[in-house]
Design a protein around this ligand. Structure first.
Ligand SMILES: [Zn+2]
Ligand SMILES: [Zn+2]
Ligand SMILES: [Zn+2]
Length: 361
């Protein structure tokens, strides 16, 4: 894949179904109307393979490099898939080099494999089993164990939703929460409902003080403080690990972002384009719909198509053909040019084999 030499507009991409080439901005619309996609889906539904598929709610998600949006992808995922499955996919196809940390940012909150270090609430809420399962790191390849884990999860789900204000928070913490919030939370006994109420509180807009008198300004800062408390409470009672389900934390139209590696970071912007009912192989959690064509790089010496990039120095002037890369040989800094927003970063040298079958376009 990395040695494409054809000259193509860099923002164009290919539809996985009809293999037509479309501009980036037109791809969502095309995928909605692609006749070949509809035909293939109808065919799958009738086939023996398709009989094993399940009807499920699916999110259409578009991903792109935040600082290099010429790299983009359209995928589909069940709404009950977990963020860790999206993380796993992004790592496999676009970013994984040496198992760096990663996180999603959704609204004001981070969802990450490691809980924030200050967040002692996790120790209070989780029983030892759950706490152990939080320690699993970002990459999971133990597919075979998934089924068993799922069974355990569903048994725990009801328990997990149980909410009791006094059990959740230490008395000293309760004293710092505004009385009206405590009064609203006390009769709530579902974690979901508590989170819904707090998310509504968080939506309250705080206008800048109209008057410059002391009272208006005091009031403004009190409201700000109240919002901070609400945010803190949400972080304490919600699951902000990568085990959160997509459908629980995202909705149609919503934008969010992803960071892989907090040193030499690769940042992605993502958006939920739409939701539909469709068929999905229960063994898969991601289906590729379309992706960009590999942008072309030229050798900075001879103008021939470049296949190698000087690591850590992304951009013009750092790409070489095989011949002119020779002078850097043995320096260990030359990386293959691959179709990924992480090209040239850290030791990134291309996708893993896990989703290889999705990428023969
Ligand atoms: Zn198409
Ligand atoms: Zn690395
Ligand atoms: Zn050259």
């Amino acid at each position: 894949m990395q040695e494409q030499t054809k000259i193509k507009p860099s923002y164009a991409g290919i539809c996985k179904f009809c293999r037509g080439e479309f501009e980036k901005a037109k791809m969502s619309q095309h995928l909605k109307n692609c006749k070949e996609r509809a035909r293939m889906e109808a065919e799958t539904a009738k086939s023996s393979k398709g009989k094993k598929f399940v009807q499920t709610k699916l999110f259409h998600i578009v991903l792109e490099g935040k600082y290099n949006p010429q790299y983009w992808m359209h995928i589909e995922m069940p709404t009950d898939a977990q963020l860790i499955e999206l993380d796993d996919f992004i790592r496999a196809v676009w970013v994984e080099c040496c198992d760096h940390l990663s996180a999603f940012q959704i609204g004001e909150f981070y969802y990450e494999s490691e809980p924030p270090s200050f967040d002692f609430s996790n120790i209070e809420i989780l029983n030892p089993d759950e706490a152990a399962s939080m320690e699993v790191n970002g990459t999971t390849s133990e597919e075979s164990e998934d089924d068993e884990e799922d069974l355990e999860d569903s048994e725990d789900e009801e328990d997990y939703d149980k909410f009791d204000l006094e059990e959740e928070f230490e008395p000293f913490l309760l004293e710092t929460i505004p009385d009206d919030i405590v009064a609203k939370l006390r009769p709530i006994h579902s974690r979901d409902d508590a989170s819904k109420y707090l998310r509504e509180e968080l939506k309250v807009k705080i206008a800048a003080p109209k008057d410059k008198d002391r009272e208006s300004i005091m009031q403004y800062f009190q409201l700000r403080e109240r919002q901070r408390t609400v945010k803190f409470l949400i972080e304490m009672i919600e699951d902000h690990s990568l085990y959160a389900e997509l459908g629980e934390v995202l909705s149609v139209g919503q934008k969010f972002s992803y960071t892989y590696d907090f040193g030499s970071s690769t940042n992605l912007n993502l958006r939920i384009v739409s939701e539909r009912d469709g068929l999905m192989n229960p063994k898969d959690s991601v289906r590729l719909l379309a992706r960009n064509l590999a942008p072309e790089f030229k050798c900075s010496v001879c103008d021939a198509p470049a296949t190698l990039i000087f690591g850590g120095a992304w951009g013009d002037g750092n790409t070489y053909c095989k011949k002119h890369a020779k002078k850097f040989e043995g320096e260990g800094l030359l990386l293959p040019i691959v179709n990924s927003p992480r090209v040239g970063e850290c030791g990134y040298d291309g996708p893993g084999s896990k989703y290889g079958h999705e990428f023969d376009i």
